[in-house]
Design a binder for this molecule. Sequence first.
Ligand SMILES: C[S@@+](CC[C@H](N)C(=O)[O-])C[C@H]1O[C@@H](n2cnc3c(N)ncnc32)[C@H](O)[C@@H]1O
Length: 208
Amino acid sequence: MAGNGEPFWEKAYREENAVAFSSEPNRTIKEFEYLLKKPSRILDVGCGEGQNAFYLAQQGYGEVDAFDRSISAIEKCKKRSLATNTKIHAFVADLKNYQWRQSYDWILSFGTFHFVEKTDWKSFILQAKTHTNQGGIHIVQIFTDALPAPEDISPFSIGLAKDGEIRELYRDWEILQFQSYLFEEEHPGIPRHTHASNKIVARKTDCV
Ligand SMILES: C[S@@+](CC[C@H](N)C(=O)[O-])C[C@H]1O[C@@H](n2cnc3c(N)ncnc32)[C@H](O)[C@@H]1O
């Protein structure tokens, strides 16, 4: 947490040349993109600087929507969209009261849901499932309480999942991958720390 009470990534979002997490797309996107048809409709939930959304748009997969509650993150995405002539629709929204306007083929969320209460992320996922086209895929990564949240994000980590809990929400979908793992991270000004995480890749099958 920065001294002003905001999460550390906000400073990087405000700085044009800083990178908050990574400039590369998440490896699970690359692992499963062979399943993504063109054209598709894609939604990135809590997109941050948009590295995943930009990657998918640059590959020409179709229309990419990306939202985050951080105004700085979305401004940065919009500037990058203009500067690189890569069309993504980036907008400020809060997943706690998200207004669904359409259905998607892919819905992604990396490292975001644990920042809202459990009832909120569960309710969002249930809505997201109904707003997913047949054959559509969700890729969700969420921190769990298998380890305490590191000091820098503990004040914000109000909805840590129980290990395996996310899988329950997809029990009526085909689970293409489920992982429970620990990983180490380091950010500018934040000591090296370990997160406990779950990641799921699930597909809405024809019989649902
Ligand atoms: C750890 S960052 C991950 C960003 C991005 N998904 C990535 O992989 O780089 C978490 C993001 O979730 C966003 N976020 C937190 N709570 C949110 C909410 N209620 N609605 C939308 N975005 C939220 C934060 O602003 C932040 O950008």
